[in-house]
Design a protein around this ligand. Sequence first.
Ligand code: 5AD
Ligand code: SF4
Length: 472
Amino acid sequence: MNRQTTTIPPADVERQLACCREVAQLTSQWPQQPLAFVDTYGCQQNEADSERIRGYLREMGFGFTDDEEQARIIVINTCAIREHAEQRVLGNVGALVHVKRRHPEQLICLCGCMMQEPHVAQKIRQSYRHVDLVFGPHALWKFPEMVRDLLQQRGRIFSVADEAGSIAEGIPVVRQDKVKAWVSIMYGCNNFCSYCIVPYVRGRERSRKPEDILAEVRQLAEEGYKDITLLGQNVNSYGKDLPEPMDFADLLRAVNAIPGDFLIRFMTSHPKDATHKLFETMAQCEKVAPVLHLPFQAGNDRILKAMNRRHTRQEYLAKIRDLKALIPDIVLTSDIIVGFPGETTEEFEDTLKVLEEVRFDALFTFIFSPRVGTPAAQMEDSMPREEKLKNFNRLVELQDSISEEKHAAYVGKTVRCLIDGVSDDARYDLTARTPGNRLVRVVGPSQAVGQFRLVKITDSNKWSLYGELAED
Ligand code: 5AD
Ligand code: SF4
């Protein structure tokens, strides 16, 4: 097993672009432009990876479709974080057998975190024989070469070696949105929280060079992007592995100095690495949105220890107090796991106490899902599912009432929002985001999409805010 992080030499990425040109030569002789369907599960990192897969596909001459019947190539970018996500992927991949029967020339590719799990790759190899290509996040940069080989000689390719991971610069991108963009600043995770599969499938932490990140953000700002999210599994440990170490707060300051009218967001932060210096930097940088996603997972110290989180409840709460003192209107969100092995209902109630003290604006809540190969999957887990569900529902109910109250406090205020899309709600034409990323449904003309506009908030519920454009 190779545990050395590597930077892919530019010449190797260039070789992949040459493969794209070879494929483009081939596809240009086909009677019609071939189409690709790229389907993404899971987190923003996967969305960002899919934008690179689309970038490569465009260079190979493919157009895009959302219809699997029309697709010459189907790519499913999978997520391994919980059982439920995996079951959905396997169900959908299973159903593709019928699609491929109708279109035998179709190439079916699976990638992403699930493919880096040995038992999943094995299952695909044996039981999903209509799948042509399987590769994990480590092999994404070699996608063109694999497609070329499959088009030249049919067969199956599995590229799922276990590695520490690499960094490849210069992969083309097709971005999904014209207003918001993701920028990966680092990959992988070193934390090994005991329930989490990520360090096993995405490898060790490795940081992109600051100059590469800054060049990408500069270009996005020049192209008119208004909302740029810096991505990493644990952004607060950015830069520790660089030849000239640089911390995340310094990177944030450098991104903030790039000219343009845009907001900077970042995720995800680990409480043990979120520092006073970071909070001060957020307070001082006008482009950095006043929002922090700071997962605490559980409110009980015994459970936090069993989760290998390396922070206590008090340490977490002290950080939140520090942050609120510096940025009083900070919008806070978090991730929580209910029903970790051995968590009693009394211990779970410590999680509720944290909610009452912090008053998060929104939460992402999950029931523990055992992941093969993680320490927590081996722990004794005796609480019946009904009791876990009961606790889970108590958590959601409490958060709903807090979200509802927090949203109600916006009513009557006028807030500078980014109009980011067209609404699916017939009464409101547009969707917008407050600087703290709360969803606002807005009445107004579609030309406003992509602009920062003042929005008068007129109504709210536990999910979102409602408003109308106000004069600037
Ligand atoms: N079971 C349930 N939730 C999990 N998460 C990560 N691993 C698991 C698991 N095995 C949640 C954590 C993490 C978020 C991205 O997903 O809350 O912060
Ligand atoms: Fe998983 Fe913990 Fe790393 Fe987050 S910090 S990706 S929960 S191991």
